[in-house]
Write a protein that binds this ligand. Sequence first.
Ligand code: NAD
Length: 422
Amino acid sequence: MSIFSNALSQFRSAAQYLSLSPYVLGRLQRPERVLQFSFPVTMDSGTIRMFDGYRVQYSSARGPYKGGLRFHPQASLDEVKALAFLMMIKCAVVGIPLGGSKGGIAVDPKTLSPAELERLTRALTRQLAPFIGPEKDIPAPDVNTNPEVMGWVMDEYAQIVGHSVPGVVTGKPLSLGGSAGRSAATGQGGLYVLAELARKLKLNPKKTRVVVQGFGNVGYHFAKLAYGAGYRIVGLSDSKGGIYAPNGQSMDPAHVMEQKRARGLIAGCYCVGSVCDCKNYRALSNKQILAAPADVLVLAALENQLTGTNAGRVKARVVLEMANGPVTPEADVKLAKRGVIVVPDVLSNAGGVTVSYFELVQNLQQYYWTENEVLQKLKPIMVQAFAKVWQRAQELKVNLRTAALVVAAERLAQAIEARERS
Ligand code: NAD
């Protein structure tokens, strides 16, 4: 089954709880615009290579399109449509006035030199230029793209239109108008959501054991902030494996990151070959870390990590989706049957797009906020989004994913009807 069809079937199940008109239901199941590009890039060797890419502008019902740009060998139209749909839902769940979009180029950027990557990004920007802008569609970093890539998009766009337009992309370097607090925003937003859930479930952070899968931008910041808030971080992992504290003692993610930077791997830095240089932690494989004893399992790596095959082994009471789509629909059903609460990606990782929205606001008003101001504005948005989703879940007796889809569909339907009712 395609990823997009999966997303739509979950949406249709949620829509049963609402009396949406057939017209609104139909609109929300179709992207407004699908752009497909093929464009040439000159490689360092002098040869010319063609690249293929997509930008799906799913919905502008609640505001300009907003969504990341990913560079990945498996980028496909189906995946980009599904991710654009999820961006529409995410912006509506947190109530920010933006729509949903996503872009993908089929390329493995690790095979390109820095100069080739820059030429590719600039060529892509020339394709995108008529369709992007602060009032049209605002790209941002996603898998394998970063602030440096956004800086190139901003510069190429400025050359095309003849003046600087910082709000054409978010996730820019601070020196180009990026927002303070953007790099930690997704992790911070997830922690605000976890704190609200902990209050509902009466979990005491100091007694709550947390395992975090993924130690990149999202996983690292989440783990570091959760450790600072008193949660017991008992497991951490990256693509090469993980470490676990069997005695339940909390590990300091900043220290683990220092070790990782110095020696390369999370697991390897503690147990290189046969020499285990840490008395407190055990090295676990990626498969084992998902089933390690914990109260909260945070998925901050990739999509499809918990499936129908391994979901039955999860010991945590709560699964917090910080990555996009880490729990498959089959795993969702299995976890629900066992009473495991899954906090959906469209709620728990929405701190990232919320601070991207703040970046756009700062760019448009040419007035910049401190990190403290950014966090003060982020917290109430995440807390209110959680409260709304929790309330709908209780009222309708559904899980949090269905409730989040219901909240988003209600807001989208209101906007569509307010714009288009004749
Ligand atoms: P990243 O590339 O910085 O980090 C990914 C991490 O996952 C790395 O530490 C990598 O080693 C690890 N990893 C890969 N395979 C793994 C495996 N099998 N087991 C354990 N770890 C594994 O990416 P990121 O920006 O942290 O994004 C992570 C996820 O969060 C993605 O799904 C992304 O779409 C989503 N997301 C990111 C943001 C953001 O602000 N960066 C916002 C919303 C959603």
